[in-house]
Design a protein around this ligand. Structure first.
Ligand code: ADP
Ligand code: MG
Length: 777
């Protein structure tokens, strides 16, 4: 037997009669076919003798004639009842003419136990199954609804423990997950067949029995006896449960008003009944038509209340109760036609499965408890302290904090993990540590940056002092990028260098210059060499007397080492006279060139300091980057700067600063190089002017004081020696300086003698012509 079917079952039950119209009604042996042969007589008086013979054949699922109540139940209803126990909604509806046996079929006769109907048998079946299916816990409730003249009536309202009926009366309601239900209809829990039967009989007593000409006991209302079943698995501890409704419907009899001659209240009842049955037919036809979206369930209380019990996911059985007598053939034909239309109704039964939130919570709580117990057992087995699910205490958090700090500091090699909560707390501490480290690094960067500024200013001061000292002492060059002491030592004579040279300093300097520097070492060395040469210009400056001293020195007559004191003093006086007199123009030009030279030297010194400062900034920045690198290597990769992980671009701001400094260095160095060239050229002009001043003075002096040529030669040499202090200051032990001095002396001597000859020639020819003066730029 099928528990559920995809097709609505339509059965025909023939009320037993001794006068069965065999010539009109034929039940074929296949048990599924009913043939009706009916001669319809005309109602018109003049056509009363005319008749038309018609025949119909109705195919249904089963034609039940002279079957017992037991056979009928087993053949028609049992599968629906069993389906309800499995979670499928089920409906058994009896319809037909009044007195055709609907109530007999559904409720049965109270005269004998054997004649009990579908409802008592279904109740018996339900409780027998409940006892059989021990793996499920069933809950059974009963309700008994009557629809009388479109009014909902609770047939079990006065029983103990029932809900009070709604003051607004009962209402057919739909709710998601619950389907259609009658709000206000009492549901009665029953635990046994006996309790259920008592309710059934109680309801029967309350039915409204109208007096009717055809059958005094025939109901004038639709009655829906519903068995509400809820089933929960006893073996599976899940939160799923199933529900079902078994609707056992005893429809009111279809009336033929013309035939019964009802009037008054009876007529009104008949109209309501026929109307509701018509709506039921319309609803079923709409359900059968898959193309229709809307089914008019709400047209009547009956269809609305049976909405989820007609087709759909419900096992539905329709029983057409018919008379067997010829006198009821028209009613029988009408009922069979109705049955034929019901056949097209399709059903797609489905289990009503639900999730119980309360049961789900209960299940989860039970699972948690079980897991706790298992965890406790595991901890006991491995001798671990038992864990609680409570939040960590302050003391525990402090301990975790201490472990994390020690781990980060390196005093703790590993952190023993004993719980997820501890892991979470540890990660929180790590995060905190990272944030603190970030702040710390930022502070370090700021501090380092400030220190770099201070160092720069300090170094600059030191270079200034060193520069000054160097200029005052021996005119040694200043080289940017190299500590003054190192450079100073490297420029000293080898004997001195050996005493003061510190290899460690040189190594550290080499390390600072070479290691970690993005600037190629070759370029740095080249730059340093260039700077050494460039700062030789200020070195020369020290050789040039300043301002008054210059004038004083330059105003010294060439014969500062007089052969004869008197003649020397006379020559000095003569030189002063010459500068304001005969040689005033060349002297002015000499002073102008000297002024330009001093300005350029000053600018060169300033640029040198700037380049040195930039180079020191580069060195400090590189050192800071190196320091950060060492910090990171010592502390791991936790640091972040400006929200960017150092892992990706550490010290990005410093690298940016380094790039800018290098660009500035190159730019200032190029300016420095140009200024240096200009200073060299100005120095050359000054030298030229000095020679011309001296030579013209000599010429003038000889002319007026008639000094012999031999003396002039000696005087010239003395003058040059005194006037060009650079040659004297060259290192005596230096071969290159000696050769330079000799070459320079010979050149100056040739120039001097040439000028002497020219001077004599001019004096002999015109006596007043002056030598050409080179342009001063
Ligand atoms: P309905 O409810 O359709 O108006 P009932 O069920 O009250 O009709 O039946 C009317 C009478 O016919 C009742 O007295 C009932 O006992 C009797 N009856 C109907 N069907 C049968 C049947 N199959 N076997 C025996 N008696 C029946
Ligand atoms: Mg009845």
């Amino acid at each position: 037997m099928k528990a559920h079917n995809s097709e609505v079952g339509v059965f025909v039950r023939v009320r037993p009669t001794a006068n069965f119209a065999q010539d009109l009604i034929e039940c074929l042996p296949d048990g599924q076919t009913v043939n009706i042969c009916h001669r319809k007589t005309s109602r018109k008086p003049r056509d009363s003798n005319k008749s038309q013979l018609s025949s119909w054949s109705f195919q249904v699922e089963g034609v039940l004639q002279d079957v017992s109540q037991e056979e009928f139940y087993n053949q028609v209803c049992r599968r629906v009842v069993l389906g309800a126990l499995d979670g499928y909604n089920g409906s058994v509806m009896c319809f037909g003419q009044t007195g055709a046996g609907k109530t007999y079929t559904m409720t049965g006769s109270t005269e004998s136990y054997k004649q009990r109907g579908v409802i008592p048998r279904a109740l018996q079946e339900v409780f027998q199954e409940v006892e059989k299916r021990t793996e499920h816990a069933f809950t059974v409730h009963l309700s008994y609804l009557e629809i009388y003249n479109e009014t909902l009536v609770d047939l079990l309202p006065s029983l103990r423990g029932t809900q009070h009926p709604s003051p607004r009366g009962m209402v057919v309601t739909e709710e998601p997950g619950r389907g259609v239900f009658i709000r206000g209809l009492s549901l009665h829990p029953v635990h046994s067949e006996e309790e259920a039967l008592n309710l059934l009989f109680e309801g029967e007593m309350n039915r409204i029995i109208g007096s009717h000409a055809l059958n005094r006991n025939s109901s004038r209302s639709h009655c829906i006896f519903t068995v509400h079943i809820e089933s929960r698995s006893r073996t599976l501890s899940d939160s799923k449960y199933i529900t079902s409704k078994l609707n056992l419907v005893d429809l009111a009899g279809s009336e033929r008003l013309r035939k019964t001659g009802s009037e008054g209240q009876m007529l009104k009842e008949a109209v309501y009944i026929n109307k509701s049955l018509s709506f039921l037919e319309q609803a079923i036809l709409a359900l059968a038509d898959r193309r229709r979206d809307h089914v008019p369930f709400r047209q009547s209380k009956l269809t609305h209340a049976l909405k989820d019990s007609l087709g759909g996911n419900c096992n539905t059985v329709l029983v057409a109760n018919i008379y067997g007598e010829a006198a009821r053939i028209e009613e029988t034909l009408s009922t069979l036609r109705f049955a034929g239309r019901m056949k097209c109704l399709r059903a797609d039964p489905a289990v009503n499965e639900h999730m119980d939130p309360a049961a789900m919570i209960k299940k989860l709580q039970k699972d948690v408890q079980t897991l706790k117990e298992e965890l406790s057992l595991c901890n006991t087995l491995v001798n671990r302290p038992s864990l609680t699910c409570e939040p960590l205490s302050d003391a525990q958090l402090a301990e975790i904090h201490s472990h994390i700090r020690r781990y980060l500091e390196g005093s703790l090699d590993e952190i023993s993990i004993i719980s997820i909560r501890q892991v979470q707390a540890a990660f929180a501490q790590f995060k905190l540590a990272v944030q603190e480290q970030e702040q710390k690094v930022k502070a370090q960067l700021c501090q380092t940056y400030n220190l770099v500024k201070k160092d720069q200013s300090a170094n600059t001061t030191a270079v200034k002092e060193w520069d000054t000292r160097g200029s005052a002492e021996d005119g040694e060059a200043v080289s940017f990028g190299v500590p003054p002491q190192s450079l100073k030592n490297s420029q000293r004579p080898s004997s001195v260098k050996a005493k003061t040279k510190k290899p460690s300093d040189k190594q550290s300097q080499s390390k600072r210059l070479g290691e970690g520097s993005p600037v190629p070492r070759k370029r740095l060395e080249s730059a340093s060499k260039s700077k050494v040469n460039s700062v030789q210009t200020p070195e020369r400056e020290s050789q040039e007397p300043d301002t008054e001293s210059q004038d004083t020195q330059e105003s010294q007559p060439p014969g500062n080492e007089p052969l004869h004191p008197d003649s020397a003093r006379a020559k000095e006086e003569a030189f002063e006279d010459f500068k304001v007199g005969q040689g005033s123009q060349i002297n002015r030009i000499f002073k102008e060139n000297k002024t330009v030279l001093l300005e350029r030297r000053s600018l060169l010194r300033q640029l040198t300091e700037e380049v040195n400062t930039v180079k020191r900034d580069i060195d400090c920045t590189m050192a800071t980057i190196q320091q950060h690198k060492e910090i990171r290597e010592g502390q791991g990769q936790y640091l972040v700067v400006e929200g960017e992980p150092l892992l990706l671009e550490p010290d990005a701001p410093l690298l940016m600063q380094l790039r800018e400094l290098k660009a500035l260095y190159r730019q200032r160095y190029e300016v420095l190089r140009d200024i240096k060239a200009e200073v060299n050229y100005c120095q050359h002009l000054v030298d030229q002017c000095r020679l011309r001043l001296l030579s013209e003075f000599e010429n003038w002096y000889k002319k007026f004081f008639l000094v012999p040529e031999e003396e002039l030669d000696i005087t010239m040499e003395k003058t040059l020696e005194q006037d060009d202090g650079a040659e004297e200051r060259l290192a005596p032990g230096s071969p290159s300086a000696e050769s330079f001095y000799n070459t320079h002396h010979r050149t100056q001597k040739r120039i001097f003698l040439c000028q002497q000859r020219n001077s004599r020639a001019q004096r002999n020819s015109s006596g007043q012509r002056r030598p050409p003066i080179p342009p001063v730029t």
